[in-house]
Ligand binder design. Structure first.
Ligand SMILES: Cc1ncc(COP(=O)(O)O)c(C=O)c1O
Length: 393
């Protein structure tokens, strides 16, 4: 019965495509414990260092003491608690929208939002590099989905023009705000112009921008100067905000539709009260002087690291953010480089197909505000040395 699986796994091993878990000890910091050693963490989404921030820990502990460890039901049955509602109110104010809804994860949010709001009469226009959860949400929705070339607003406009004569239902443009495997930012202002001209809606997944981008951490929409023009703001709490879960912020009607139609929301136990409590604490930090300083430190880390890698001739994606992928191209080179870097005390995971296209494997470096400049300079030197050592493509 399991022989096929074993053969498949052997094939993955032989082609450097096998994925394995690495178990870290201790909290998620700039340094983590791995197999009894201290290593520099260079692949975490804990961009502001909030996953281990005392204020979030305190808020989660307080909520656990006051409300217990579980919600014991889905939101529509017994599991809608004051902290869920308090977070939603806080988040809606943060994103400047009429309402918001908490989801159990970003994956659950994207699959549930898209399939809950869009149906067979609708057309979804989806960026070619959108996250897997968006792709799966489009599939589940049964709406016609047209994939436009990455970030190409002119090509998208062309697709829309072709589609216009047979339009029946709603049109949705869906895009990552920050592309998770490339680190570039979607052309959100131009997408807003287009969706307004075409009477379409725009859904932005700001998993990697929330808390981090824009002068006040409102995310990629703020960074692009068009926050208020985005119709549906999706984001996660497990990256810049340090915790776990996800949200949609937008019009009340969309939120009410999801309460009635969104299967991951309806048919799943809601998050423990500690989670929204920690998320509120995270938003408080994002809105504080400390938040501004963390964003500034992250931005200066980013500049320093990109400059060091580019000066040494590393091939990077068109990154604009704290996600700084170094292209290694083949699975073999990627795995060799990751192993060499780990031997040097740096945890930097390789990303291979199907997460990225064949021929575009990469080491996806992600920076934190809590990294020191000198350790990033040292890490860049190690990466450059490793790239020189591994065989060329
Ligand atoms: C762009 C994007 N959207 C959604 C998700 C899914 O979020 P979660 O990890 O909360 O399921 C991720 C990654 O995890 C992501 O990178």
């Amino acid at each position: 019965m399991t022989q096929d699986w074993t053969r498949h796994l052997e094939h993955l091993d032989q082609t450097d495509m096998r994925r394995r878990l690495r178990t870290l000890s201790g909290p998620q910091g700039a340094h983590v414990g791995l197999d009894g050693r201290d290593v520099l963490m260079l692949c975490s989404n804990n961009y502001l260092g909030l996953a281990n921030h005392p204020a979030l820990i305190e808020a989660a502990c307080r909520a656990t003491i006051d409300y217990g460890v579980g919600s014991s039901g889905s939101r529509l049955l017994s599991g809608s608690m004051t902290l869920h509602a308090a977070f939603e109110e806080r988040l809606a104010a943060f994103k400047q929208t009429p309402a918001a809804l908490l989801f159990n994860s970003g994956y659950a949010a994207n699959t549930g939002i898209i399939s809950g709001l869009f149906t067979a009469d609708d057309v979804i226009f989806s960026d070619a590099l959108n996250h897997a959860s968006i792709i799966d949400g489009c599939r589940l929705s049964t709406a016609k989905t047209l994939v436009y070339p990455h970030g190409d607003v002119a090509a998208l406009a062309g697709l829309m023009a072709k589609e216009r004569p047979q339009r029946k239902g709603r049109w949705l443009i869906v895009t990552d705000g920050v592309f998770s495997m490339d680190g570039d930012i979607a052309p959100l202002a131009a997408l807003c112009d287009l969706k307004e001209a075409e009477d379409a809606l725009l859904l932005v997944d700001d998993a990697h921008g929330t808390g981090v981008l824009g002068a006040t951490g409102r995310g990629s929409g703020e960074a692009c100067g068009c926050l208020a023009r985005i119709d549906l703001h999706m984001g996660t709490l497990g990256k810049g905000l340090g915790g776990f879960g996800a949200y949609l912020a937008g019009p009340q009607a969309a939120i009410d539709m999801l309460i009635n139609r969104c299967r991951p929301f309806i048919y799943s136990t809601s998050l423990p009260p500690s989670v929204p409590a920690a998320a509120i604490a995270a938003l408080d930090i994002v809105d504080s002087m400390e938040g501004a300083q963390l964003r500034q430190k992250l931005a200066s880390n980013q500049q320093l690291f990109v400059a060091a890698l580019q000066a040494g001739g590393a091939e990077l994606t068109a990154t604009m953010t704290q996600i700084i992928p170094v292209l290694t191209r083949t699975p073999e080179r990627t795995q060799q480089a990751a192993a060499q870097l780990l031997a040097d005390g740096i945890l930097l995971q390789g990303v291979r197909p199907p997460t990225v296209a064949v021929g575009s494997c990469r080491l996806r470096a992600t920076l934190m505000a809590t990294h020191r400049a000198d350790e990033l300079e040292q890490a860049a030197t190690s990466i450059l040395a490793t790239l020189r050592e591994i065989p060329p493509c």
